[in-house]
Ligand binder design. Structure first.
Ligand SMILES: [Zn+2]
Length: 297
Protein backbone atom coordinates (compact mmCIF):
# COMPACT_ATOMS: atom_id res chain seq x y z
CA UNK A 1 0.00 0.00 0.00
CA UNK A 2 1.31 3.43 -0.82
CA UNK A 3 0.11 6.70 0.59
CA UNK A 4 0.42 9.87 -1.38
CA UNK A 5 -0.17 13.40 -0.27
CA UNK A 6 -2.08 16.05 -2.13
CA UNK A 7 -2.32 19.36 -0.32
CA UNK A 8 -2.06 17.56 2.98
CA UNK A 9 -4.87 15.09 2.35
CA UNK A 10 -4.03 11.43 2.18
CA UNK A 11 -5.51 8.88 -0.15
CA UNK A 12 -4.31 5.37 0.39
CA UNK A 13 -3.67 3.48 -2.81
CA UNK A 14 -3.43 -0.27 -3.14
CA UNK A 15 -2.71 -2.48 -6.14
CA UNK A 16 -5.36 -5.20 -5.98
CA UNK A 17 -4.12 -7.20 -8.96
CA UNK A 18 -2.59 -6.50 -12.38
CA UNK A 19 -3.91 -3.13 -13.63
CA UNK A 20 -6.50 -2.96 -10.85
CA UNK A 21 -6.17 -0.40 -8.04
CA UNK A 22 -8.21 0.68 -5.06
CA UNK A 23 -8.13 4.02 -3.25
CA UNK A 24 -9.28 4.73 0.26
CA UNK A 25 -10.08 8.06 1.85
CA UNK A 26 -8.12 8.87 4.98
CA UNK A 27 -10.57 11.66 5.74
CA UNK A 28 -14.12 10.37 5.47
CA UNK A 29 -15.45 6.99 6.67
CA UNK A 30 -12.79 4.89 4.91
CA UNK A 31 -14.73 5.31 1.65
CA UNK A 32 -13.13 3.66 -1.38
CA UNK A 33 -12.83 4.10 -5.13
CA UNK A 34 -11.11 1.99 -7.77
CA UNK A 35 -9.39 2.04 -11.13
CA UNK A 36 -8.91 -0.50 -13.89
CA UNK A 37 -6.35 0.52 -16.49
CA UNK A 38 -5.66 -0.61 -20.03
CA UNK A 39 -2.85 0.31 -22.43
CA UNK A 40 -4.53 3.48 -23.75
CA UNK A 41 -7.08 4.63 -21.20
CA UNK A 42 -8.52 3.93 -17.75
CA UNK A 43 -11.84 3.43 -16.02
CA UNK A 44 -12.40 4.64 -12.50
CA UNK A 45 -15.00 3.22 -10.16
CA UNK A 46 -16.51 6.07 -8.09
CA UNK A 47 -14.98 9.51 -7.73
CA UNK A 48 -15.05 10.20 -3.93
CA UNK A 49 -16.47 13.42 -2.45
CA UNK A 50 -13.65 15.74 -1.41
CA UNK A 51 -12.13 17.57 -4.39
CA UNK A 52 -8.56 17.00 -3.17
CA UNK A 53 -9.15 13.27 -3.07
CA UNK A 54 -10.74 13.11 -6.52
CA UNK A 55 -7.81 15.16 -7.85
CA UNK A 56 -5.34 12.81 -6.18
CA UNK A 57 -6.87 9.89 -8.11
CA UNK A 58 -6.83 11.92 -11.31
CA UNK A 59 -3.17 12.85 -10.80
CA UNK A 60 -2.20 9.25 -10.25
CA UNK A 61 -3.85 8.08 -13.47
CA UNK A 62 -3.14 11.07 -15.70
CA UNK A 63 0.32 12.07 -14.43
CA UNK A 64 1.88 8.90 -13.07
CA UNK A 65 0.32 6.37 -15.46
CA UNK A 66 -0.03 8.90 -18.32
CA UNK A 67 -3.52 7.69 -19.23
CA UNK A 68 -6.81 9.52 -19.74
CA UNK A 69 -9.82 8.51 -17.63
CA UNK A 70 -12.33 7.57 -20.32
CA UNK A 71 -15.13 6.21 -18.11
CA UNK A 72 -16.30 6.71 -14.52
CA UNK A 73 -18.60 4.08 -13.11
CA UNK A 74 -20.81 5.48 -10.34
CA UNK A 75 -21.78 2.59 -8.05
CA UNK A 76 -24.61 4.63 -6.49
CA UNK A 77 -25.66 8.22 -6.10
CA UNK A 78 -24.40 8.98 -2.58
CA UNK A 79 -22.12 12.02 -2.27
CA UNK A 80 -18.99 10.13 -1.22
CA UNK A 81 -19.12 8.12 -4.46
CA UNK A 82 -20.20 10.70 -7.07
CA UNK A 83 -19.36 14.28 -6.19
CA UNK A 84 -15.89 13.99 -7.69
CA UNK A 85 -17.41 13.36 -11.17
CA UNK A 86 -16.99 17.04 -12.08
CA UNK A 87 -13.19 16.80 -11.83
CA UNK A 88 -13.04 14.44 -14.82
CA UNK A 89 -14.55 16.64 -17.54
CA UNK A 90 -13.63 14.40 -20.48
CA UNK A 91 -15.07 11.20 -19.02
CA UNK A 92 -18.30 9.41 -19.77
CA UNK A 93 -20.16 8.44 -16.60
CA UNK A 94 -21.89 5.08 -16.38
CA UNK A 95 -24.43 3.93 -13.76
CA UNK A 96 -27.71 2.25 -13.07
CA UNK A 97 -30.66 4.30 -14.39
CA UNK A 98 -31.88 4.87 -10.82
CA UNK A 99 -28.52 6.39 -9.89
CA UNK A 100 -28.95 9.07 -12.53
CA UNK A 101 -32.48 9.83 -11.28
CA UNK A 102 -31.50 9.97 -7.61
CA UNK A 103 -28.37 12.04 -8.23
CA UNK A 104 -30.43 14.53 -10.23
CA UNK A 105 -32.97 14.97 -7.40
CA UNK A 106 -31.80 13.93 -3.92
CA UNK A 107 -28.10 14.34 -4.74
CA UNK A 108 -28.51 17.80 -6.24
CA UNK A 109 -30.52 18.99 -3.23
CA UNK A 110 -27.99 17.66 -0.76
CA UNK A 111 -25.07 19.33 -2.55
CA UNK A 112 -26.93 22.63 -2.42
CA UNK A 113 -27.35 22.35 1.35
CA UNK A 114 -23.74 21.19 1.89
CA UNK A 115 -22.27 24.00 -0.22
CA UNK A 116 -23.89 26.62 2.00
CA UNK A 117 -21.99 25.43 5.05
CA UNK A 118 -18.77 24.12 3.56
CA UNK A 119 -16.32 26.04 1.45
CA UNK A 120 -14.51 22.83 0.45
CA UNK A 121 -17.31 22.08 -2.03
CA UNK A 122 -17.43 25.52 -3.69
CA UNK A 123 -16.23 24.08 -7.03
CA UNK A 124 -18.22 20.85 -6.84
CA UNK A 125 -21.01 20.35 -9.35
CA UNK A 126 -23.34 17.43 -9.93
CA UNK A 127 -22.47 15.69 -13.20
CA UNK A 128 -25.05 13.08 -14.20
CA UNK A 129 -24.25 9.72 -15.79
CA UNK A 130 -24.72 9.74 -19.57
CA UNK A 131 -24.79 5.97 -20.04
CA UNK A 132 -27.21 3.96 -17.91
CA UNK A 133 -28.78 0.51 -17.70
CA UNK A 134 -31.80 -0.74 -15.78
CA UNK A 135 -32.09 -4.44 -16.56
CA UNK A 136 -29.63 -7.30 -16.60
CA UNK A 137 -25.90 -6.54 -16.51
CA UNK A 138 -23.65 -4.26 -18.54
CA UNK A 139 -20.11 -5.07 -19.68
CA UNK A 140 -17.17 -2.80 -20.45
CA UNK A 141 -13.87 -4.02 -21.80
CA UNK A 142 -10.62 -2.21 -20.95
CA UNK A 143 -7.34 -3.73 -22.12
CA UNK A 144 -7.54 -7.42 -21.31
CA UNK A 145 -10.10 -6.96 -18.55
CA UNK A 146 -13.87 -7.35 -18.72
CA UNK A 147 -15.87 -5.37 -16.20
CA UNK A 148 -19.40 -6.56 -15.52
CA UNK A 149 -21.78 -4.16 -13.80
CA UNK A 150 -24.28 -6.01 -11.60
CA UNK A 151 -27.25 -4.57 -9.71
CA UNK A 152 -26.96 -5.28 -5.96
CA UNK A 153 -29.70 -3.25 -4.23
CA UNK A 154 -30.16 -3.04 -0.45
CA UNK A 155 -27.90 -0.21 0.70
CA UNK A 156 -29.67 1.97 -1.85
CA UNK A 157 -32.02 1.05 -4.68
CA UNK A 158 -29.43 1.94 -7.34
CA UNK A 159 -26.32 0.21 -5.94
CA UNK A 160 -24.26 -1.75 -8.46
CA UNK A 161 -21.12 -3.83 -8.06
CA UNK A 162 -18.33 -4.00 -10.63
CA UNK A 163 -16.91 -7.46 -11.23
CA UNK A 164 -13.49 -7.68 -12.87
CA UNK A 165 -14.02 -11.09 -14.48
CA UNK A 166 -10.31 -11.84 -14.93
CA UNK A 167 -9.06 -12.27 -11.37
CA UNK A 168 -12.55 -12.33 -9.85
CA UNK A 169 -12.30 -9.01 -8.07
CA UNK A 170 -15.59 -7.42 -7.05
CA UNK A 171 -15.92 -3.72 -6.31
CA UNK A 172 -19.03 -4.25 -4.22
CA UNK A 173 -19.71 -0.61 -3.34
CA UNK A 174 -21.83 -0.15 -0.24
CA UNK A 175 -23.66 -3.45 -0.39
CA UNK A 176 -20.61 -4.80 1.48
CA UNK A 177 -19.31 -2.65 4.30
CA UNK A 178 -17.80 -3.60 7.70
CA UNK A 179 -21.25 -2.79 9.11
CA UNK A 180 -24.29 -2.94 6.82
CA UNK A 181 -26.07 0.38 6.33
CA UNK A 182 -29.73 0.25 5.30
CA UNK A 183 -31.04 3.72 6.13
CA UNK A 184 -31.54 4.61 2.46
CA UNK A 185 -32.17 1.02 1.43
CA UNK A 186 -34.09 -2.14 2.11
CA UNK A 187 -33.09 -4.91 4.50
CA UNK A 188 -34.62 -7.73 2.43
CA UNK A 189 -32.88 -6.59 -0.75
CA UNK A 190 -29.61 -6.39 1.16
CA UNK A 191 -30.03 -9.94 2.46
CA UNK A 192 -30.65 -11.20 -1.09
CA UNK A 193 -27.63 -9.30 -2.48
CA UNK A 194 -25.28 -10.55 0.26
CA UNK A 195 -26.36 -14.14 -0.34
CA UNK A 196 -25.58 -13.75 -4.05
CA UNK A 197 -22.15 -12.25 -3.36
CA UNK A 198 -21.20 -15.01 -0.91
CA UNK A 199 -21.68 -17.58 -3.69
CA UNK A 200 -19.69 -15.83 -6.43
CA UNK A 201 -16.35 -17.51 -5.66
CA UNK A 202 -14.50 -14.19 -5.45
CA UNK A 203 -10.77 -13.64 -4.95
CA UNK A 204 -11.05 -10.13 -3.54
CA UNK A 205 -13.83 -7.76 -2.63
CA UNK A 206 -13.22 -4.03 -2.47
CA UNK A 207 -15.86 -2.83 -0.03
CA UNK A 208 -17.45 0.61 -0.47
CA UNK A 209 -16.03 1.52 2.93
CA UNK A 210 -13.23 -0.22 4.82
CA UNK A 211 -10.49 -2.61 3.82
CA UNK A 212 -10.26 -5.17 1.04
CA UNK A 213 -11.77 -8.56 1.89
CA UNK A 214 -9.62 -11.45 0.73
CA UNK A 215 -10.64 -14.84 -0.57
CA UNK A 216 -11.71 -17.09 2.28
CA UNK A 217 -12.97 -14.08 4.22
CA UNK A 218 -15.60 -13.10 1.67
CA UNK A 219 -18.15 -15.69 2.71
CA UNK A 220 -17.46 -15.00 6.40
CA UNK A 221 -17.97 -11.25 5.89
CA UNK A 222 -21.28 -11.85 4.11
CA UNK A 223 -22.42 -14.27 6.84
CA UNK A 224 -21.45 -11.84 9.61
CA UNK A 225 -23.38 -9.07 7.92
CA UNK A 226 -26.40 -11.34 7.48
CA UNK A 227 -26.19 -12.20 11.21
CA UNK A 228 -26.08 -8.49 12.05
CA UNK A 229 -29.17 -7.84 9.92
CA UNK A 230 -31.04 -10.64 11.74
CA UNK A 231 -29.93 -9.17 15.07
CA UNK A 232 -31.20 -5.68 14.32
CA UNK A 233 -34.51 -7.05 13.05
CA UNK A 234 -34.88 -8.92 16.35
CA UNK A 235 -34.09 -5.78 18.37
CA UNK A 236 -36.57 -3.68 16.39
CA UNK A 237 -39.33 -6.27 16.89
CA UNK A 238 -38.61 -6.37 20.63
CA UNK A 239 -38.70 -2.57 20.71
CA UNK A 240 -42.11 -2.50 19.03
CA UNK A 241 -43.61 -4.29 22.04
CA UNK A 242 -42.42 -1.61 24.47
CA UNK A 243 -44.26 1.54 25.43
CA UNK A 244 -41.17 3.57 24.55
CA UNK A 245 -39.44 1.76 21.66
CA UNK A 246 -36.88 4.55 21.16
CA UNK A 247 -35.47 4.07 24.65
CA UNK A 248 -35.14 0.34 24.04
CA UNK A 249 -33.40 0.92 20.68
CA UNK A 250 -30.90 3.40 22.07
CA UNK A 251 -29.79 0.85 24.66
CA UNK A 252 -29.21 -1.88 22.06
CA UNK A 253 -25.64 -0.96 21.18
CA UNK A 254 -23.73 -2.17 18.14
CA UNK A 255 -21.79 -4.73 20.16
CA UNK A 256 -25.00 -6.41 21.34
CA UNK A 257 -25.71 -6.98 17.61
CA UNK A 258 -22.33 -8.62 17.00
CA UNK A 259 -20.27 -5.78 15.49
CA UNK A 260 -17.34 -3.84 16.95
CA UNK A 261 -17.73 -0.13 17.62
CA UNK A 262 -14.31 0.69 16.13
CA UNK A 263 -15.42 -0.15 12.56
CA UNK A 264 -15.52 2.57 9.85
CA UNK A 265 -13.27 4.98 11.73
CA UNK A 266 -15.35 4.72 14.90
CA UNK A 267 -18.65 5.57 13.16
CA UNK A 268 -20.10 2.09 13.77
CA UNK A 269 -22.30 2.95 16.77
CA UNK A 270 -23.74 5.98 15.01
CA UNK A 271 -24.50 4.05 11.82
CA UNK A 272 -25.98 1.24 13.91
CA UNK A 273 -28.34 3.57 15.77
CA UNK A 274 -29.48 5.07 12.47
CA UNK A 275 -30.07 1.54 11.13
CA UNK A 276 -32.30 0.68 14.10
CA UNK A 277 -34.29 3.88 13.80
CA UNK A 278 -34.76 3.53 10.04
CA UNK A 279 -35.70 -0.14 10.24
CA UNK A 280 -38.29 0.65 12.89
CA UNK A 281 -39.82 3.30 10.64
CA UNK A 282 -39.72 0.97 7.64
CA UNK A 283 -41.43 -1.89 9.51
CA UNK A 284 -43.98 0.09 11.56
CA UNK A 285 -44.46 3.21 9.44
CA UNK A 286 -43.99 5.55 12.38
CA UNK A 287 -41.12 6.96 14.41
CA UNK A 288 -40.27 5.02 17.59
CA UNK A 289 -41.76 6.85 20.62
CA UNK A 290 -39.44 7.98 23.41
CA UNK A 291 -40.14 8.44 27.13
CA UNK A 292 -39.51 12.16 26.91
CA UNK A 293 -42.13 12.53 24.11
CA UNK A 294 -44.84 12.21 26.78
CA UNK A 295 -43.48 15.18 28.67
CA UNK A 296 -43.13 17.70 25.91
CA UNK A 297 -45.40 20.71 26.08
ZN1 LIG B 1 -23.64 4.85 0.10
Amino acid sequence: MSIFLFEGITVKRERVTDNVYSFQSAVYADVTAGAVVGPDWAIIIDSLALPEESLAIRDFIEQDLQLPVRYIINTHYHADHTWGNCFFPGSTIVSHTLCRQLLDTVGRASLEVTRKGNIAFRNTKIVLPQLTFSEGNMSIRVGKKTLTLIHFPGHSADNIGVLVEEGKVLFAADILMPIPYIVDGDINEMIASLKRISKMGLENVVQGHGDIVLRGEVEVSCMENLAYLSAIRRVVRQASRRKYPMDFLSQADVESCGKSRVLIGGLAEELHQRNLYALYEQLYEEAPAAFEDDFED
